[in-house]
Design a protein around this ligand. Sequence first.
Ligand code: PLP
Length: 362
Amino acid sequence: MSEADPLRFVRSDFRELEEYVPVKPLDVLAQEIGMPAGQLVKLDANENLYGVIPEVREAIAAAPLHIYPDPGQGALREAIAGYAGVGPGQVVAGAGADDLIDVVIRLVGPEAVVIATPTFGMYGFLAKITRSRVVESPRGPGFAPDLDDIERAVGAGARIVFLASPNNPTGNLLSHGEIGRLCAMDALIVVDEAYIEFSGHSATPLLAKHGNLVILRTFSKWAGLAGLRVGYSLSHPGLASRMMAIKQPYNVNVAADVAARAALEHRGRIFETVRCIVEERERMARLVGELGWLTPLPSSANFVLFEVKGRSAAGVSAALRRRGVLVRYYDRPDLQNYIRISAGRPEDTGRLLAALRAVEAQ
Ligand SMILES: Cc1ncc(COP(=O)(O)O)c(C=O)c1O
């Protein structure tokens, strides 16, 4: 490296850091596939394809965008607390659940964190950014986390355990018994409930008993606000107050703030789409399963993981993409034979099935 190379200022482990691989934006995909964006069936990122309700759009249009947001998040924390059944002092909002994952890691500054793989990629990515070692604990049969193995990792010094419930991409839940056992460990237990509105099975009743439990939630999935970036954590008020102290002061922008509050105010209307998506998840899993070469795993989220039999999962994903149907394939050993498909509207399932039949006939 030459003396003048500006990379000499960069942290040495960042010089070869593997970048997070996000889902590509719709216009980029449309250009790559050669199809108008409006014709693509986007079943790759677990978004709510019913979109945003008019009441939320109106709230954004009327928001005072020329004024800085409230760093104390007063109105938003109050509204979330009412929805989640906790006190406002237990809530911290952020730029998506991703922001809170980052805040929790920076709050603890752990030497190591544990993740139960396969799982959401952001835990490991953000831990590395904060110089934490990532201990991967492989899930067992049915993708259930191996609590004995996690216990060993905590015993060896890991100070945060990240577990999603329902888990992405496997769709399975943690029981209260499992969360209770995890919370008996000497570590911060982060239960990520990004998909909770599709399952209804929350760990919030356990917050009163376990001061080391942090729950993460988001408006990205059920409320269709993925593009606005707003999520939150629920925890012991002492932890929440320290998280408030170290977060970026303006981490929730004005548009996201008013949109999240409008979504909560009009949640009855949004929950109608959530009910449709849950119904569609079951219908889509059944119809796709009936093709005979894709086996659905039970899911409590807004997506289904399918095991692909007798074909390459990567090949199926690529062939669907050429037909304008986007699904998620993970190029990693524990998911080699799987694809994850988000539940959309009935017409999205129709396009998916037609494309799968075309792939089958190839
Ligand atoms: C388990 C899990 N947690 C968090 C997120 C990110 O949520 P947000 O959009 O609020 O950052 C996702 C998104 O895919 C997820 O699957």
